[in-house]
Write a protein that binds this ligand. Structure first.
Ligand SMILES: *Cc1c(COP(=O)(O)O)cnc(C)c1O
Length: 338
């Protein structure tokens, strides 16, 4: 089958593929074997737990083609682990990690023709776990659905790295201490739409959130983890109410092992962040996105004259080289799907 897609015009928007994976379970049974079926609507009760009380989590990972044509996944076992822990936090039956990775590979194989050619982007995979059983009072739903669908997405930077301008929010928080900020749960995202809308209306492309207890320490940028560089040290907010990003972990590892930087996961006050030399954010979708300017309390601070810093560039280059199979993979991050 040939898929008629214009690979060069892909962005980060939904282009459904032929097949998706669906499996079900109840609170008392094991996961069903699950099966591929044509991509399409699901039938769901209006009383489903996920629709009424937000009992749902998701993941995001990418499959891409190497120069040789192999299909590569980046650290899928880490997504499996995070998905498992997220399910436990939301009182849902966790999907076993090997089951999760199998489902991902099943969807990749079934939609092989939708994986963009080398360098043109990737097949974005979206695993979801929802409480789909009916429940009236607040409580765990009686049954659950695990779905993996996919969409080809374009290369994030078609004309090279481009810095974004980010507004530091001092009237919205993303997550609270001891809450679910560290879980990729569906309820964490709608609450960021208004702050992002407001940031965009003021000419910014992203919103940086501060911690909810002191309103002083940097947390993260919407759906990407925060980093800054100062005097040869790479700083990133410590885990807690932020999402423990797999890209974040990879960047910390690369910076220490390959660039010889000291790496600190710690509290970063907004004043420290504004005094940094380079600032960027990272995630599966955003890859490594340079931040050219931060606006805080009416004042705009530029970094690297709004251009991309050398450490940001180096980390971007090294990460994407491993992800695309262009560089050796010393940490065994890449899984080839046959
Ligand atoms: C998914 C996500 C990230 C990035 O995590 P990766 O594992 O690197 O893709 C960062 N922050 C939030 C809030 C997220 O949802």
């Amino acid at each position: 089958m040939t898929v008629l897609l214009n690979w060069d015009s892909l962005g980060f928007s939904l282009n459904p593929t032929a097949q998706m994976f669906v499996a079900e379970t109840s609170l008392t049974a094991d996961w069903s074997a699950g099966a591929l079926r044509p991509y399409g609507n699901l039938s769901i009760s209006p009383a489903a737990g996920v629709l009424n009380y937000g009992q749902g989590i998701f993941e995001g990972l990418k499959a891409c083609r190497s120069k040789q044509g192999d299909v590569l996944l980046f650290r899928p076992w880490e997504n499996a682990k995070r998905f498992y822990q997220g399910a436990v936090r939301l009182c849902m039956p966790p999907v076993p990690e090997d089951y999760f990775v199998n489902a991902i590979e099943t969807v990749v194989r079934a939609n092989r023709d939708y994986i963009p050619p080398y360098g043109k982007g990737s097949l974005y995979l979206r695993p979801c776990l929802w409480g789909t059983g009916e429940i009236l009072g607040v409580g765990p739903a009686p049954s659950y659905t695990f779905v993996v669908y996919a969409s080809p997405v374009g290369a994030y930077y078609k004309q090279g790295l481009k810095p974004i301008r980010v507004l530091v929010s001092d009237d919205f928080h993303r997550a609270a201490p001891l809450g679910v900020g560290h879980v990729k749960c569906i309820g964490n995202y709608a609450g960021t739409l208004l702050s992002l809308k407001s940031a965009k209306a003021q000419g910014y492309e992203g919103c940086l959130y501060l911690d909810a207890k002191y309103g002083r320490y940097v947390e993260e940028v919407g759906t990407a983890n925060f980093f800054c560089v100062k005097d040869g040290v790479l700083y990133t907010p410590k885990l807690g109410s932020i999402l423990p990003g797999i890209t974040r972990d990879s960047i910390m590892t690369l910076a220490a092992a390959e660039l010889g930087l000291r790496v600190e996961a710690t509290d970063i006050s907004i004043e420290q962040a504004l005094a940094a030399e380079e600032v960027f954010c990272v995630g599966t979708a955003a890859v490594v996105t340079p931040i050219g300017a931060l606006a805080y309390q009416g004042k705009v601070t530029q970094f690297q004259q709004g251009k991309v810093g050398p450490i940001t560039t180096e980390l971007y280059t090294r990460l994407t080289a491993i992800q695309q199979g262009d560089a050796v993979d010393p940490f065994q991050w890449v899984k080839v799907t046959h």
